[in-house]
Design a protein around this ligand. Structure first.
Ligand SMILES: [Zn+2]
Length: 485
């Protein structure tokens, strides 16, 4: 099994080979902490969590660094609006982000460095660039001299001429070239600042990632990730800074996830035009967010709207219902029919092949549904006391939970989670629970009276309201139809 990754720099899938055997270093550009994160920010968090989990499964020891940008213009403006100090504001939102991560039950990052705690590294880095004659100081500002770095544009695949035609550049009287970018800027009155050889000031955005990446992972790293909006100029500038500083190739594999478009009318009405991850997780569930964000390949655009949310709920209902059934059937035996055993092994292989093919999650999820279908088939064709069915249930639960760990999915308690999905859909569909309960009473009376026509009519009318009845030995239970996609 070989892992192949799409490398933004070469624009093709490449076989993954780590710099050091058995070890992977990974740096992902983290959030600017001045607000709760919107759903778009969570795509990278959830995707790179899977990348890390999968690399660990493949036997690598992974160091995953995600930084916090805790000083920049937006932060300063927001702290003034809220009449808080910059550090009070950023600490508040770092904590909020960490709470979101724990709601998501994903693997914690190994290091989460903050820009403001790396000022010495940043200053040393800038000094190194000036010493190499690729950066220059003018009146307390330091700029990177883009023309001095011959391979500038290697990541975005554009020459400076192309870039000049396609991008608005910030003209600045002190810059030698319009594409030169700021490494250090002088302090403005009343703003937080740090000492430097060029006077009190603060760093530009790009330099913090080069400096923190170097401080925690060294000269060269295996994987650098982020959203596609960071390719230019942020990552292009990181390459220029880091490669000039170390004279080494900075990153082996550049991985970028695509955008999220979100909010149809219904969702925007309840959650706002820019949906916060926190609001989505509270209204729905972290499991739904993870499933939704991974159900589309990371290099494709993704719509987050009511339809896609219901689609995710429906998919999760299928998986968790099968898990709940399996839990009630299994008794510890692991002998299933030969066909079922072969199917299970096949699913492990197919999911692995999907993930090894540049993290093709749609292929991996399709294989998981094959497994669900095969198990449901066992349930519907075998007697409940059949030991081969009990064995299939054990293997099924193990398979879904094993595979789910790569995605940080499918580890919820099935009955609790399905109840939660019911509650979500009751709210979404405005189902009146008291009315349903009263109709259920009326229906059982009709059945006692042997008025089966009336009982059927009630069943049909509830079905139109997305309520499904199940008659069993212990009476009738109801659930919400969660397959609205
Ligand atoms: Zn960055």
């Amino acid at each position: 099994m070989t892992l192949r990754l799409y490398n933004t720099r070469s624009k093709q899938k490449e076989v993954f080979k780590s710099l050091r055997e058995g070890v992977v270093s990974m740096y992902v550009c983290g959030p600017t902490v001045y607000d709760l994160l919107h759903i778009g920010n969570f795509r990278g968090v959830i995707f790179f969590n899977m990348v890390r989990n999968w690399l660990e499964y493949l036997g690598y020891s992974v160091t995953y660094v995600l930084n916090f940008t805790d000083i920049d213009d937006k932060i300063i403006v927001r702290s003034q609006e809220k009449q808080m100090s910059v550090s009070e504001l950023t600490e508040y939102y770092i904590k909020a982000f960490q709470e979101d991560l724990s709601l998501l039950s994903i693997t914690p990052h190994d290091v989460t460095p903050k820009c403001t705690e790396h000022m010495d590294d940043i200053v040393t880095f800038i000094q190194g660039l000036i010493a190499k004659n690729v950066a220059y100081e003018v009146d307390g500002s330091v700029f990177f001299d883009v023309l001095s770095f011959k391979s500038y544009g290697q990541l975005s695949g554009k020459s400076l001429d192309d870039l000049e035609a396609g991008h608005r550049v910030d003209p600045h009287p002190n810059k030698r070239d319009p594409f030169d970018f700021v490494l250090w800027k002088p302090a403005k009155e009343g703003e937080p600042c740090w000492e430097s050889p060029w006077g009190d000031g603060r760093p530009g955005w790009h330099i913090e990632c080069s400096a923190m990446c170097h401080a925690h992972l060294g000269d060269k790293i295996d994987i650098h990730g982020g959203g596609i909006d960071l390719i230019f100029p942020h990552h292009e500038n990181e390459i220029a800074q880091s490669e000039c500083f170390t004279d080494k190739s900075f990153v082996s594999y550049w991985m970028h996830h695509n955008f999220i478009r979100f909010g149809d009318e219904k969702m925007s009405k309840s959650l706002g035009n820019v949906i916060k991850g926190r609001d989505y997780m509270t209204t729905y569930h972290p499991e739904i967010l993870k499933y939704l964000l991974l159900s589309v390949h990371y290099r494709s655009e993704l719509n987050v709207d009511t339809k896609q949310t219901y689609h995710a709920i429906s998919a999760l209902t299928r998986i968790y219902t099968a898990l709940r059934d399996a839990h009630s059937i299994m008794d510890g035996s692991t002998t299933a029919s030969a066909d079922f055993q072969v199917m299970i092994n096949d699913v492990y292989d197919k999911v692995a092949n999907g993930l090894n093919d540049d993290f093709n999650t749609p292929v991996a999820f399709a294989s998981i549904f094959e497994c669900v279908r095969a198990f449901n088939h066992e349930v519907s064709t075998r007697k409940s006391k059949d030991t081969l069915l009990k064995g299939a249930a054990t293997l099924f639960v193990k398979c879904i939970q094993d595979l789910g760990r790569y995605f940080s999915l499918f580890q919820e308690s099935p009955s609790t989670f399905l109840k939660r999905l019911d509650q979500i859909m009751i709210k979404e569909l405005n189902i009146d629970v008291d009315y349903v309960e009263s109709m259920l009473l009326e229906r059982s009376q009709a059945r006692l009276d042997k008025n089966f026509q009336k009982a059927d009519d009630i069943r049909d009318s509830l079905l139109l309201k997305h309520v499904i009845l199940h008659d069993g030995r212990h009476g009738t239970i109801w659930e919400v139809n969660k397959h609205l996609d």
